[in-house]
Design a protein around this ligand. Structure first.
Ligand SMILES: NC(=O)c1ccc[n+]([C@@H]2O[C@H](COP(=O)([O-])OP(=O)(O)OC[C@H]3O[C@@H](n4cnc5c(N)ncnc54)[C@H](O)[C@@H]3O)[C@@H](O)[C@H]2O)c1
Length: 248
């Protein structure tokens, strides 16, 4: 499997869930990985799984995605050790759900800082080396909630809608430098983020999924491999929905 052979990929929020699955799928395709998480020790499990599937150690980095100096250190480490950045996956994200009238200002700020500002900071930091090398791929993990909206998730929906707009705008800005920017909008995927939901909420959501089952992180990871590889060389500024048919 060599779709990403020797490509250097930075993946944020790679300690579990969708980010971990993307790391494992990219490594299988020959990518060299720089993984980032808010705490270094959280990445040990991903690294162990990489070794288990016969892949080399990844470069492990710590960064809160909403802090510019920490983000810049991740890019510096990638450039210092591997000399280039070919692929960036902005996957780190969080929810803090509440009805609008009850939502603390701090919950709005937290979700927007992580999901939207975090992607902006990583994209800005990666754009310079990518422009220099006249190539690059950026994938932003958005959500179908950023397209449809959802009661009780105004902050999350706004952050993911913003992430889609950020992807489309920067796709237009960077295409002349051979840098593609796309978003993936997952539907309901089995991770710790969705484990927070009650059984009743889960059953309600299941009724809305035409394929009849909850997606797995690897379903999103396979879409990311496609968008990261040359198989999608003529695709930029798009949103790839991975949701079992929930929205049409
Ligand atoms: N699970 C789903 O159904 C679903 C659906 C649509 C979109 N998504 C998106 O997919 C992405 C991954 O989510 P997941 O389901 O794997 O959730 P998860 O909670 O398992 O993983 C989220 C990751 O982001 C990291 N993270 C959170 N805040 C951070 C910060 N400030 N700095 C650095 N890292 C931070 C966490 O440590 C974790 O590694 C998120 O952007 C999420 O919004 C998930």
């Amino acid at each position: 499997m060599t779709k990403l052979k020797d490509k250097v990929a930075i993946i944020t929020g790679a300690s579990r869930g969708i980010g971990q699955a993307i790391a494992l799928a990219f490594a299988k395709e020959g990518a060299k990985l720089v993984l980032s998480a808010s705490a270094l020790e959280n990445l040990q499990e991903t690294n162990r799984l990489l070794n288990e599937q016969g892949c080399c150690d990844a470069i492990l980095t710590q960064a809160n995605v909403s802090i510019g100096d920490e983000v810049n250190q991740v890019i510096k480490k990638a450039l210092d050790t591997l000399g280039k950045v070919d692929i960036l996956v902005n996957n780190a994200g969080r929810t803090k759900d509440n009805l609008l009238a009850l939502m603390p200002e701090s919950d709005w700020d937290d979700v927007l800082s992580t999901n939207l500002k975090g992607a902006f900071l990583f994209m800005k930091a990666c754009a310079r080396p990518m422009v220099k090398q006249r190539s690059g791929v950026i994938i932003n993990i958005a959500s179908i909630i950023g397209i449809t909206g959802n009661a009780g998730q105004a902050n999350y929906a706004a952050s993911k809608a913003g992430l889609i707009a950020l992807s489309k705008s920067t796709a237009k800005e960077l295409c002349k430098r051979n840098i593609r920017v796309n978003a993936i909008a997952p539907g309901f995927i089995h991770t710790r983020m969705t484990d927070k939901l009650s059984e009743q909420q889960r059953q309600e959501i299941l009724k809305l999924i035409p394929l009849g089952y909850v997606g797995e992180p690897r379903d999103v990871a396979e879409a990311a491999v496609f968008l990261a590889s040359d198989s999608s060389r003529y695709i930029t500024g798009q949103v790839l929905v991975v949701d079992g048919g929930m929205i049409t």
